[in-house]
Design a protein around this ligand. Structure first.
Ligand code: ADE
Ligand code: ZN
Length: 339
């Protein structure tokens, strides 16, 4: 592997389809917001926060992630959080981002849904104006809570229908299968929301099947464990289902033992429409280009494979077809100039 390949992946125009905005909260901003909002956080220094980011499974991370999110209180906080993400994304040649947010993590603390929305939308409009970076919002239901809570959140989202492209499902996967949320996903579908779900990150292939059959997802978040089931893998390939794969997240959460054994090359070999994403970059040691670079270092994927991954990111997006075509032309023109 050469540093040439890493530079090549860094400069590819790309989309990011799996990033939790609350997971982009860098410790420095956490401290600044804690001070601004006069909130106590259980850490003395930025270094102490980073040192606490040692996880052996998803739940270890989630406990600290929800704790960190408590510093987010006002419209300005959400705007500053998303603005910082967009500044990082544009440096990584991200041209389009589809961003998850976890409203229940905020409304449960008394922060109104509209405060979250207004802050995020302000940053999104700013990024479009300043950088031409387009973005969309995906409202995630927290799967450790019950379906009634998800329905209440869907009602909160009604006035914002045109500003949210899809609903998703995240948080503690084991013990909270997609079937638990079948009714609320059906209701969201009839309101016109697209649907995505985290499945097969820690959970078994059966959870992936449920996401497809019961939640009728347009995209699968992670999906790693699908590969354990040959029929399921063939179905995902045949239906060109996009998988939003997050290598550094998988490493930090011990979903994989090391990046050499990461399933991404196998996914591509099986004809799956896989993409590379950062998930919770402030917690997992890197933004999207760090994820591309880590896979360039650890695998035998070549330039053509990384072009395919970038291509998949636009194809798997919720952009209108004409916009996808436009971005693919930008990608092709870039690749042609490198030849
Ligand atoms: N929320 C934030 N990041 C997550 C992940 N990787 N899996 C499930 N829920 C999450
Ligand atoms: Zn995620």
């Amino acid at each position: 592997m050469s540093s040439d390949l890493i530079a090549f992946t860094a400069s590819l125009p790309k989309a990011e389809l799996h990033v939790h905005i609350e997971g982009t909260l860098e410790p420095e901003l956490m401290f600044a917001l804690a001070k601004r909002n006069r909130i106590d956080i259980p850490f003395k220094t930025v270094e102490a926060v980073r040192a606490a980011y040692q996880f052996t499974r998803l739940q270890d991370f989630l406990d600290i992630y929800y704790e960190g999110a408590k510093v987010l209180q006002t419209e300005e906080d959400f705007r500053d959080l998303a603005r910082a993400y967009f500044n990082r994304a544009v440096a990584d040649n991200v041209r389009h981002a589809e961003i998850f947010f976890d409203p229940q993590a905020h409304t449960a603390r008394g922060v109104p849904f509209g405060v979250v929305m207004k802050g995020l939308l302000a940053a999104m409009e700013g990024a479009e104006r300043a950088y031409g970076l387009s973005s969309k919002l995906i409202l995630c239901f927290l799967r450790h809570l019950d379906q009634d809570d998800a329905f209440a959140t869907l009602r909160d989202a009604e006035p914002w229908r045109e500003k949210i492209v899809a609903v998703g499902l995240d948080s503690s996967e084991m013990g909270h299968p997609p079937s638990k949320f079948a009714r609320v996903f059906a209701a969201a579908g009839s309101m016109g929301f697209k649907r995505v779900a985290h499945a097969g990150e820690e959970g078994p292939p059966e959870y992936v099947r449920e996401a497809l059959d019961l939640l009728k997802v347009h995209r699968l978040d992670h999906g790693n464990r699908s590969l354990e089931d040959a029929d399921l893998t063939a179905r995902l390939a045949r239906t060109a289902m996009t998988l939003t794969v997050c290598p550094l997240s998988n490493l930090k959460l011990c979903v994989v033992k090391d990046l050499k054994s990461h399933p991404l090359p196998e996914m591509l070999a099986q004809g799956l429409r896989a993409t590379i994403n950062s998930d919770d970059p402030a917690y997992f040691g890197g933004y999207i280009n760090d994820n591309y670079a880590a896979m360039a270092k650890a695998s035998r994927l070549d330039r053509a494979a990384f072009v395919m991954l970038a291509r998949n990111s636009f194809l798997g997006s919720f952009l209108p077809e004409a916009e996808v075509t436009k971005y693919l032309e930008v990608l092709d023109a870039y690749v042609a100039r490198q030849a």
